[in-house]
Write a protein that binds this ligand. Structure first.
Ligand SMILES: *Cc1c(COP(=O)(O)O)cnc(C)c1O
Length: 499
C-alpha cells in the first residue's frame, strides 16, 4: 500500500512517511492508492476485542509497520486511559444506537485518534531513521488542544506546544489544558483569537530558517497533529466496524444486514472513516451527514455546490462550527477515480472564488450520503425530549446528529437500524446541556453546573472532570502573537537542558 497526494504533487509514500509528513507539500492530503477489503469475513471479527479489531483494520493500511510495532501502538493507545474495557460502547436509546466515542482522556471523540497518533508518529520516526525529537505545534479553539496534549503526554521522543486564544476558550477547556501534567506538554495563551493562533502556527511552519535553527540547536522536527493526518483517519474506521460487531453480538441485527450511520460532522474526518469502513466491506447503507447551522455540507449534498462564502455562526456545538471541511477533499478524490487534476481544479476554485460545483456524474457517486442540518432550538429540544423519554443525556454535537436522524426517518420512512456517532460526553458541554434541560440560574460556575447535570441525569461525573477540579495549574504562559517563535524556542531549548 502506498500513499499519494490528492493533488498529485507527491506519490508513492509509505504509511510511515505519510504519517510523519502529515499534510502533503502541494497542499493536498495523503490517500491510500486503493481501499483494502477485510481479510476475514465480518463474522470472524464479531467477537474480537477493540484492540484485536484495531489491528485487523489498521494492518491493511499501515502496511510498512511490523505486527509487533502496530500492536505496540494499539496497546499503548487503547488501555486504561479509557474508562471502559469496551473502549467504544454502543447504547440503544429511543430509535437509535449511540456509539459512545467519549470514554477517553478528554471525554470527546478526538481521543479515539489522538491516543494512537503519537505512538504511530514515534514508530514512524524510528522506521525512517529520524533521530530528531518530534515537536507538535497546534493551534486550538479548545477541544483538540487538550486531546492532543493528553495523547502526547509523556510519550518519549515527543513534545507538544498548544496555542489557544486568551479568553477565547471555555473555562473548563482552559483548565483542562492548563492542568495537563505531562512533562513534555505546554499550553500557551496568545493575545488574539483562534484564527490568529492558527496563522501564527502556520507562520512558524512556513519559516524554513527558524525550523532549521531549531533542528540544529535543539534537535527537533516540527510536526502537526492536525485532523488531516492519515494517522488520525485510519484509527477512526475501527469503531464503525466495532459497532457493527456489537450489534451482531447482541442479536440486534443479522449477519450481513445493512445499517445506517449518522455522524455529527465538522471537518468531515469522522464520517469519511465510516465511508471507508463501508468501502472495505462493512454493510453500511446510508451515511447521514449531520451539520449544525453552519450547513455547508447539507447544501453541498443537496445541490452539488460547495460554498464557503457565508457568515460563520457560533453554535452550542462549537467543534462543528466549520466552513471548510478539509477531509471532503478525500471524498472528491475518491469520487473522480483519483484524477488529481480534477481535485486540484476544485480546490483552486474554493481558494479563489470561495466555491466549487461538482458534476452530476460525481454527485451520482455520492448517493449514499444524505446531508441534513439542525437549528439551535431543535438541538436543545432533542436533548430535552430524549432525556424525558429515556433518561439518557446527550451532548449538543450528538444532539445535532439525533435531530437530523429523526428528520431523515420522517422524510424517508427508512427504518434501517442506525448507529449515531456520539462524539462528546454531555459533561464536556454541561452549561448548554443544562440549559436545554430547562435548568436556570447562574451557569457561569462550570463545576456547579456539572454538579447539577450529575444530579439531574443520575450519572457520576467522569474521572476526566474530577481530575480537572483538583489538579494543579501548571501552564501559565501568555504571549503576544509576534512572540510565538520565541516562546517555542524557549520551551524547546530549556527542555533540552532539563532532560
Ligand atoms: C471534532 C468533533 C466533531 C466533528 O468531527 P469531524 O471529524 O471534524 O467531522 C464532532 N463532535 C465533536 C465533539 C468533535 O470534537
Amino acid at each position: 500500500m502506498v500513499y499519494n497526494s490528492t493533488r498529485g504533487g507527491e506519490t508513492n509514500r509509505t504509511a510511515s512517511e505519510a504519517i510523519l509528513e502529515g499534510l502533503c507539500s502541494d497542499g493536498g492530503l495523503f490517500m491510500p492508492d486503493h481501499i483494502p477489503t477485510f481479510e476475514r469475513p465480518v463474522v470472524e471479527l464479531k467477537d474480537m476485542s477493540y484492540q484485536e479489531l484495531a489491528y485487523e483494520v489498521m494492518k491493511l493500511y499501515f502496511t510498512d509497520f511490523t505486527e509487533e510495532e502496530l500492536r505496540h501502538c494499539i496497546d499503548a493507545a487503547y488501555d486504561e486511559k479509557f474508562d471502559t474495557k469496551l473502549i467504544a460502547p454502543l447504547v440503544k436509546k429511543d430509535n437509535a444506537y449511540f456509539l459512545e466515542l467519549f470514554h477517553g482522556k478528554t471525554i470527546a471523540f478526538k481521543d479515539m485518534a489522538l491516543s494512537i497518533l503519537p505512538h504511530l508518529m514515534v514508530t514512524s520516526a524510528k522506521k525512517n531513521n529520524v533521530k530528531d525529537k518530534i515537536v507538535i505545534l497546534t493551534a486550538t479553539s479548545g477541544d483538540t488542544g487538550k486531546a492532543a496534549m493528553a495523547g502526547f503526554s509523556d510519550v518519549s521522543g515527543t513534545e507538544i506546544i498548544v496555542f489557544y486564544p486568551y479568553g477565547g476558550v471555555s473555562r473548563f477547556q482552559e483548565l483542562q489544558m492548563r492542568t495537563e501534567p505531562g512533562w513534555n506538554t505546554h499550553a500557551v495563551a496568545i493575545r488574539g483569537n483562534f484564527d490568529d493562533a492558527q496563522t501564527g502556527v502556520k507562520r512558524i511552519f512556513g519559516d524554513t530558517a527558524f525550523r532549521e535553527h531549531l533542528r540544529e540547536t535543539a534537535g527537533v522536527r516540527l510536526s502537526s497533529a492536525n485532523s488531516i493526518n492519515i494517522g488520525r483517519l485510519v484509527p477512526q474506521i475501527v469503531y464503525y466496524v466495532y459497532s457493527y460487531c456489537q450489534l451482531l453480538r447482541s442479536g440486534e441485527i443479522a449477519l450481513g444486514e445493512g445499517i445506517n450511520v449518522c455522524v455529527p460532522t465538522g471537518n468531515f474526518g469522522n464520517i469519511l472513516a465510516a465511508k471507508l469502513a463501508k468501502e472495505m466491506g462493512l454493510p453500511v447503507k446510508k451515511l447521514i451527514c449531520a451539520s449544525n447551522e453552519n450547513k455547508v455540507l447539507t447544501d453541498f449534498f443537496g445541490t452539488g455546490v460547495y460554498n464557503r462564502e457565508r457568515p460563520f455562526i457560533l453554535t452550542t456545538s462549537p467543534s462543528m462550527d466549520i466552513l471548510i471541511s478539509s477531509n471532503l477533499e478525500r471524498l472528491l478524490y475518491f469520487t473522480v477515480d483519483q484524477d488529481t487534476k480534477e481535485v486540484q481544479a476544485l480546490m483552486e476554485a474554493l481558494a479563489e472564488k470561495g466555491e466549487y460545483r461538482i458534476t452530476d456524474g460525481m454527485r451520482a457517486h455520492m448517493q449514499d450520503f444524505y446531508g441534513g442540518f439542525a437549528k439551535e432550538e431543535a438541538v436543545a429540544g432533542t436533548i430535552k425530549a430524549l432525556f424525558d423519554k429515556t433518561g439518557y443525556v446527550i451532548d449538543p454535537h450528538t444532539a445535532v446528529a439525533k435531530t437530523v436522524y429523526d428528520a431523515y426517518v420522517k422524510e424517508t420512512g427508512d427504518m434501517t437500524k442506525t448507529v449515531i456517532a456520539s462524539t462528546a460526553s454531555p459533561f464536556k458541554f454541561a452549561p448548554s446541556v443544562i440549559s436545554a434541560l430547562g435548568g436556570n440560574g447562574n451557569l457561569d460556575d462550570v463545576f456547579a453546573v456539572i454538579d447539577m447535570l450529575s444530579e439531574k441525569a443520575g450519572v457520576k461525573e467522569p474521572a476526566a472532570v474530577s481530575e480537572v477540579r483538583t489538579a494543579q495549574i501548571r501552564h501559565n504562559t501568555i504571549c503576544e502573537l509576534k512572540d510565538m517563535e520565541d516562546v517555542t524556542e524557549e520551551f524547546l531549548i530549556e527542555d533540552r537542558e532539563k532532560f
